[in-house]
Design a protein around this ligand. Structure first.
Ligand SMILES: NC(=O)C1=CN([C@@H]2O[C@H](COP(=O)(O)OP(=O)(O)OC[C@H]3O[C@@H](n4cnc5c(N)ncnc54)[C@H](OP(=O)(O)O)[C@@H]3O)[C@@H](O)[C@H]2O)[C@@H](O)CC1
Ligand SMILES: [K+]
Length: 491
């Protein structure tokens, strides 16, 4: 399922539309039911403790308690005074089921958690404004202590205490085993330390008027079927001239490995012909990777009339890369800019056929901010880069973000072993290969990132954390088959 990613402003806007249409009550009912089903699955018939805060997040928990009670489960409920009309209403409905609601205090949480198999955290959701007030901080501490003693924790929307927009927790928060997120994901569920506190994240889709969720979303996370549909399909009479002529421009003396890895990535992602243009002597990586050495690569690029179908520029290129990148950008061809070609002076030089592929450190250099600012909110950073540099931006990370003129995508998958040097070079080659096979910049970026991540997953099974970029390249063909279901669309 392709999923939406919301910031609190988007959730609030959706809430307002639902409220105006009289649909907020059924929406909360759906969320509560989805939470109850998940809690029942985790509890396996054991007692469930539900904690309800004063806002709509608490309302979701009270609805869940009613469903669980109706299904015969042993439920214990502790709630703060309700400040939201629907939360109050659902407290009354719960009372009609004969369920007593206790006062929410740290001591009560510790007491009631004793013997509860599952604890449902409905304290705070997208309405939380950090920092956490003292009274709730003590409750959060009691929740985490209960988890430490063996109670499974299910968070509604977000583990309470996380700022929905940030990869960095503002302080202590609930640590969840499972998070059930209504309508869509939140940035905190995707990135950094915050995401590690959410456990397994499940999106509970709601019955909404078509396009409402899409209209308020800040980003989307496409599923593999959507990515597979972007991959090129070859006719039986395809030949190397139709599969894309790709140039890799990189590899200054002493730095040829990065460019060679990009070349290998391009070959394994289906490029018909790959030529590495370098100012250095490049050792034979694989005989299929053609190498042309130029005494003065910049001069040669500026003067040559030869043109490929796509270019990747920057890997190991060293000082002077910005000038070469500017020359290549001037051709208006499908282009990937990576590593040394990612220079602030190229702001505004991008065109609609180019893809910039910074990692967070490079992104910070391009934006003139610290790396922590980039990693705290990768979606906003990627958007800022796209606006400043033009074209399409891939902000690499776990997960990567693709910012294009029409919005933002978050990629799926990957493997922690991919945190090793050379992975980005391979990715640049993969995206160049897809550009050379006719994909648009945005599609090549999305499909390339997913293909690369899938190849990493495959290689990770064999090599674990000892994963190299060459291992990932070797799995690109298999990754392609995984995504397309084996056959591709009529190759
Ligand atoms: N459209 C959707 O997607 C749907 C969303 N739904 C649900 O709505 C949730 C959002 O609900 P929401 O807006 O009522 O906010 P919520 O997270 O319950 O928190 C508000 C409460 O937090 C409190 N509070 C704030 N800061 C605090 C602090 N620092 N320290 C301590 N307390 C603090 C604040 O207290 P107050 O400032 O009022 O005293 C207020 O009472 C969303 O996460 C999802 O679960 C579904 O029900 C339906 C469909
Ligand atoms: K919560």
């Amino acid at each position: 399922m392709t999923e939406f990613v919301f910031r609190p402003a988007g959730v609030a806007a959706l809430d307002a539309r639902l409220e105006a249409a009289g649909l907020l009550d059924p929406a909360m009912e759906e969320v509560g039911r989805a939470v109850a089903e998940a809690a029942q699955g985790l509890a396996g018939g054991g007692p469930v403790l539900l904690l309800a805060g004063s806002g709509a997040n608490g309302g979701d928990a009270l609805v869940a308690a009613r469903y669980l009670a109706g299904w015969g489960a042993e439920v214990r409920v502790l709630a703060a005074p309700s400040r939201h009309a629907l939360t109050r209403l659902n407290r009354e409905r719960l009372a009609a089921f004969g369920v007593e609601v206790g006062e929410l205090t740290p001591g009560a949480v510790t007491r009631e958690a004793w013997g509860s198999v599952v604890l449902v955290d409905g304290l705070l959701g997208t309405g939380f404004q950090p920092p956490l007030r003292l009274e709730l901080a003590a409750v959060v501490e009691a929740v985490n202590a209960a988890r430490g003693a063996g109670t499974r924790v299910l968070a509604i929307d977000l583990p309470s205490g996380l700022d929905a927009t940030s990869a960095v927790p503002p302080g202590e928060s609930v640590r969840a085993d499972v998070t059930v997120a209504p309508v869509g994901l939140k940035p905190a569920l995707l990135f950094g330390e915050a995401a590690t506190r959410a456990g397994e994240v499940r999106v509970a889709a709601l019955a909404l008027p078509p396009d409402w969720a899409a209209g308020e979303a800040w980003a989307t996370r496409p599923d593999d079927a959507a990515v597979a549909a972007l991959l090129p399909v070859r006719r039986a009479d395809a030949h190397k001239g139709t599969a894309g002529d790709v140039w890799i421009v990189g590899g200054a003396p002493g730095m040829v490995g990065a460019a060679a890895l990009a070349g290998l990535g391009a070959l394994r992602a289906g490029a018909g012909r790959v030529t590495l243009h370098s100012g250095a002597e490049v050792p034979l990586v694989t005989p299929e990777l053609m190498v042309r050495r130029h005494g003065d690569p910049g001069g040669w690029l500026a003067g040559t009339g030869e043109r490929p179908d796509a270019v990747a520029v920057g890997m190991g290129l060293g000082p002077g890369a910005a000038g070469l990148a500017r020359t290549v950008l001037g051709w208006g061809l499908p282009t990937v800019l990576d590593a040394d070609a990612l220079q602030p002076e190229l702001a505004g030089a991008g065109h609609d056929r180019c893809v910039w592929t910074p990692h967070p450190g490079e992104a910070a250099r391009l934006l003139g901010v610290g790396t922590a600012e980039v990693t705290r909110d990768p979606l906003t950073a990627a958007r800022g880069l796209q606006e400043r540099f033009g074209g399409v931006v891939v902000l690499k990370g776990g997960p990567s973000v693709i910012a294009h003129p029409g919005g933002r995508w978050v990629s799926r998958g990957g493997h922690p072993g991919m945190a090793s040097a050379g992975m980005g070079d391979t990715l640049a080659g993969v995206i160049a290969a897809l550009l050379g096979q006719g994909l648009s910049a945005a599609d090549a970026a999305l499909a390339g990132v997913r293909l690369h991540a899938r190849a990493g997953e495959r290689a990770g099974i064999r090599h674990g954390y000892g994963l190299t970029a060459t291992d990932v390249s070797a799995q690109l063909g298999g990754a392609w088959l995984d995504l397309t279901g084996g056959a591709g669309r009529g190759c």
